[in-house]
Design a protein around this ligand. Structure first.
Ligand SMILES: [Zn+2]
Ligand SMILES: [Zn+2]
Length: 415
């Protein structure tokens, strides 16, 4: 069956996350967004894991569901759907290898609580797990992979947001040039990477070494409303094993829902405090130094992909599934109404639209533009049409600053 999953999120036990990240809110927002399977996040945190064991019960084999669903009314009828949880967490590995400091974030997917306890016991011998839902450990990513597989042979380790400069496997600042350089003889046990907000599958298709690697996308949400800003569409059996096999073999991944990569906050190169954004060519021309202050430029994802790619832009491997680039609905509404995305007016129309039309993915990807126009405004419908066609205006993000991607309203749509 086809279903959407968002397997990398965080709980309120992670640093810099929203206090609303509890299971009820994850359950609610998964439905509002159109997500069938949501990662629990932070399964290495003892407090969150205890809460998960308390509040979740077995659902489809290896997946979990809420023991007590909140009362109706929290989710409009148009969006109500079952939600299953999958045990997941993220670990920040900081260590030295090959004479350099390495910082690699890894997503972990686990089939059951027993595996989570086994992994946590092993990790607790390395460092403290209770101070951050995404623990920072002095641990080689390869050793982490060995521990994950020891916790369960059906567990998966997926390098997270694989291209971001500071904390990823291929990142310009502290990453590696290949999966083999990082994981050595265990590299064949890595079956997937998470492309992250600042890269999309098309950028990853430029590396022939990634042809056998499944590309997945997740939100890495730090607040419940950011759930599903990226997600993976599976065509697999709805259970842990189905998702596992889909990722391992690649065939059960039917596509991904993506940010426009320019919207990610590390797409281009630059120096944020000077307001300097550069293309890879410009960075090279400036000798990797900020033209304003002379400081070191942060090399972004596009640049890093260019460096490691062995194919020209536009190349597409035969087996590659499709992807859909979207702009969060709340941002489209904010643009169409000419108010901020966080304004009350935008929020009100957002919830009205979900109530009338269905979940956010349905509105962004499938709903007819006529219907959207009838239920909101012609401007918003036209904007969604332009987004689907890729007709967007882009200001790329760089050095930690989100980019902007918008669909401009032309005169004739304004009613
Ligand atoms: Zn991370
Ligand atoms: Zn500067």
């Amino acid at each position: 069956m086809r279903f959407t999953a968002d397997l990398h999120i965080h709980s309120r036990f992670s640093r810099a996350t929203s206090r609303d990240l509890n299971l009820d809110q994850l359950w609610r927002w998964a439905q509002l967004k159109g997500i069938r399977v949501v990662g629990t996040g932070d399964c290495t945190h003892p407090g969150w894991l205890a809460e998960l064991e308390q509040e979740l019960v077995p659902a489809e084999n290896g997946l979990l569901r809420l023991r007590r669903e909140p009362p109706d009314g929290q989710v409009p009828d148009s969006c109500r759907a079952p939600v299953s949880f999958l045990l997941s967490g993220e670990i920040s590995c900081i260590y030295r290898k090959g004479g350099r400091t390495r910082k690699v974030h890894c997503l972990v997917l686990l089939p059951d609580f027993e595996a989570a306890h086994r992994l946590n016991l092993a990790l607790s011998r390395v460092g403290t797990l209770a101070s951050d839902g995404r623990p920072i450990l002095k641990l080689d990513a390869k050793d982490l992979l060995a521990m994950v597989l020891q916790a369960s042979p059906r567990a998966l380790l997926v390098p997270a947001h694989a291209w971001t400069p500071h904390f990823s496997i291929f990142g310009a600042c502290s990453g590696f040039e290949s999966l083999q350089e990082c994981f050595e003889e265990l590299a064949p046990e890595v079956h997937a990477i998470e492309t992250g907000l600042s890269s999309d599958p098309a950028m990853n298709w430029r590396l022939s070494v990634l042809d056998g690697i499944t590309l997945i996308s997740n939100s890495d949400a730090h607040s419940a409303s950011k759930l599903g800003r990226e997600a993976t569409l599976f065509d697999a059996e709805l259970c842990y094993q189905g998702i596992y096999q889909a990722i391992v073999g690649g065939k059960g991944v039917a596509g991904t829902i993506e940010f426009f990569p320019e919207q990610g906050k590390y797409h281009a190169d630059g120096h944020r405090c000077c307001g300097v954004r550069l293309s890879p060519e410009q960075t090279i021309a400036h000798g990797y130094r900020c033209p304003t202050c002379g400081g070191k430029l942060t090399v972004g994802v596009l640049h890093r992909v260019e460096l490691l790619a062995d194919r020209a832009a536009g190349a597409r491997p035969e087996q590659a599934p499709p992807f859909w680039s979207v702009i969060p609905l709340i941002d489209l509404i904010g643009g169409a109404l000419r108010v901020g995305s966080s304004s009350k007016k935008a929020e009100t129309l957002y919830f009205e639209l979900l109530e009338r039309l269905g979940n956010e993915f349905h509105i962004l990807l499938d709903a007819s533009l006529n219907e959207i126009a009838a239920r909101s405004t012609a401007t918003l419908a036209a904007g969604i049409g332009r987004m689907r066609a890729g007709e967007v205006e882009i200001e790329p993000g760089y050095d930690g600053k989100f980019g902007t991607v918008s669909v401009s309203a032309s005169e004739e749509d304004t009613t």
